[in-house]
Write a protein that binds this ligand. Structure first.
Ligand SMILES: Cc1cc2nc3c(=O)[nH]c(=O)nc-3n(C[C@H](O)[C@H](O)[C@H](O)COP(=O)(O)O)c2cc1C
Length: 183
C-alpha cells in the first residue's frame, strides 16, 4: 500500500532550486503509488515557537495559525521530507519556524499522535563545498534521534546559486526522482 508523504519546503524563491527538487521528489513518490502533500513554510502564516512549553502538557501546539494545518498533515504522514536552501550555513528562517514547531512532538503526548517512520532531507547551496551542509545534516540527525524517526536519507546539492542552475545539474533532479520513488 502507498505511503502518505509530507514535504515541507522553505524557500522564499518560489521558482528556485529546492522547490524544483521537491517537485521531482514528489513525482517519483507519486509514480511509485504514494500520496504526497506539500506544506510550504515560506508562504504559510507560521509563527515561531512561543517557547512556553505549554505543548508538553497539552500534547499539541496552541498557536492558531497555519501550524494547525501543518500539524494535521504531520499526524497523517508516514514519511516526512524537509527541503531547504542553505542560508548562512543553516536552514532558511522560513523552514526553521516549521522545525521549531515540531517541539510539540518531542514530548510523549504529542509524539504518540504521530506515525511518521522516516525523515528525509533535501538541501541546496551555492557554494560547491559539501561542508556547507554540515549544520543542517547535524540538525537532521538530531531531529531523527529526538523525534524517533528513522533516517530515510539526504540529498545534498552543492553549487546551485542561480534559479536556473539545475539546468546544468540534471543529476540532482534525477536523484530526487529516484529518492522519491524508493521511499
Ligand atoms: C540570505 C541567503 C544566504 C545564503 N547563504 C548561503 C550559504 O551560507 N552558503 C551557500 O553555499 N549558499 C548560500 N546561499 C545561496 C542559496 O543556498 C542557493 O542559492 C540555493 O540554491 C537557493 O535555493 P532556492 O533556489 O531554492 O531558493 C544563500 C542565499 C541567500 C539568499
Amino acid at each position: 500500500m502507498g505511503k502518505k508523504v509530507l514535504i515541507i519546503t522553505g524557500s522564499p524563491r518560489q521558482k528556485g532550486n529546492t522547490n524544483a527538487l521537491a517537485t521531482a521528489f514528489a513525482s517519483g513518490a507519486v509514480a511509485a503509488g504514494n500520496e504526497v502533500e506539500v506544506f510550504d513554510a515560506a508562504t504559510a502564516n507560521l509563527h515561531g515557537c512561543s517557547g512556553d512549553k505549554s505543548c508538553e502538557q497539552r500534547g499539541y501546539c496552541g498557536q492558531k495559525d497555519d501550524g494547525v494545518q501543518m500539524n494535521e498533515l504531520m499526524r497523517q504522514a508516514d514519511v516526512l521530507v524537509l527541503v531547504s536552501p542553505i542560508y548562512w550555513s543553516g536552514f532558511t528562517s522560513q523552514i526553521k519556524r516549521a522545525i521549531d514547531r515540531f517541539y510539540q512532538f518531542s514530548f510523549p503526548k504529542g509524539r504518540e499522535t504521530l506515525h511518521i517512520k522516516e525523515l528525509y532531507l533535501i538541501a541546496a547551496s551555492a557554494n560547491p563545498d559539501p561542508a556547507m551542509f554540515n549544520d543542517v545534516v547535524h540538525a537532521y540527525e538530531q531531529l531523527c534521534e529526538l523525534l524517533h524517526f528513522d533516517k530515510g536519507g539526504t540529498l545534498l546539492c552543492p553549487g546551485l546559486a542561480g534559479e536556473d542552475d539545475l539546468e546544468d545539474h540534471k543529476e540532482f533532479l534525477e536523484n530526487a526522482i529516484k529518492m522519491g520513488f524508493t521511499i
